[in-house]
Design a protein around this ligand. Sequence first.
Ligand SMILES: C[S@@+](CC[C@H](N)C(=O)[O-])C[C@H]1O[C@@H](n2cnc3c(N)ncnc32)[C@H](O)[C@@H]1O
Length: 296
Amino acid sequence: MQLALQVLKKVLPAAACTALLCSSPVLAAGDQPSVPYVPTPQAVVERMLAMAKVTAGDYLIDLGSGDGRIVVTAASKYGARGFGVDLNPERIDEANDNARRNRVTDKVAFYQRNLFDTDLSQATVITMYLLPRVNLQLRPKLLDLKPGTRLVSHDFDMGDWKADEHVRMGANDKFSGAGGESDVYLWIVPAKVAGTWRSRLTAAGKPQTYEIRLEQKYQSVGGSVRVNGKPALIQGAKLSGAELTLSFTAEINGAPVKHEFSGRVDGGRMAGEAALSGKQLASRVEWIAERTEAAR
Ligand SMILES: C[S@@+](CC[C@H](N)C(=O)[O-])C[C@H]1O[C@@H](n2cnc3c(N)ncnc32)[C@H](O)[C@@H]1O
């Protein structure tokens, strides 16, 4: 990663001011590239798409798409649809040629556009080979995407938003054949779950009321639970996209009962199942919770 950063940093001032990019009449004022052109080695492209588990049902957007190799590979190998954006018109021409050569023009498109002005709401997968500061600039917008959207970045992370998966691999054809190592990072956009949630269940023949307070930093979740007003500590909490699992032990009728909730978060509502197990109790019931107060 250090080498990649050094190379990108070294070429950035020169690349940002090549005659093509700085004097191009088709670039709007202020639309200067945030990152120079360095292609992702094909083996790394394949790994990025495999990590994101791309399928024909996906819509992939590559931010700063270069010669279009990521979008074209997603379409030709997996049947995914999508588009790429790049400020450099030469790259857009190369990407369109690439799509024609690979017969995927019905699935992909390339637009000469600033990545910061691009509507990402259609994406199920976003790929990037940018720079750390550009990733950080994009981060708030990425965190607001649909929960479950997969983000894959070549070489650069997202600061204190830790990746859900990270691999390092060798790539002989990196940096025009000089070779090097590539880091590939995957994040799954987490649902926003922080706040207070209320739920009711019938257990041991009686209604039980639950108040669940959740705190969240990116995909990491913790908090506390009160069952019928009595505190119970959360033992485990995991959030992946919109899928949340929570486990805690609470007293019901004077006996400890383990609760394992799993469900999907959709705005201010969670719905799923709760598995309850205790000495005199083992049941699986429908579980619905409503958010009564969002975190400030
Ligand atoms: C490091 S290259 C990555 C190319 C391609 N995604 C790949 O992985 O092979 C970054 C690309 O982003 C483009 N770019 C830089 N700043 C941009 C911006 N603000 N909006 C759109 N494209 C940009 C550059 O022209 C360059 O083609």
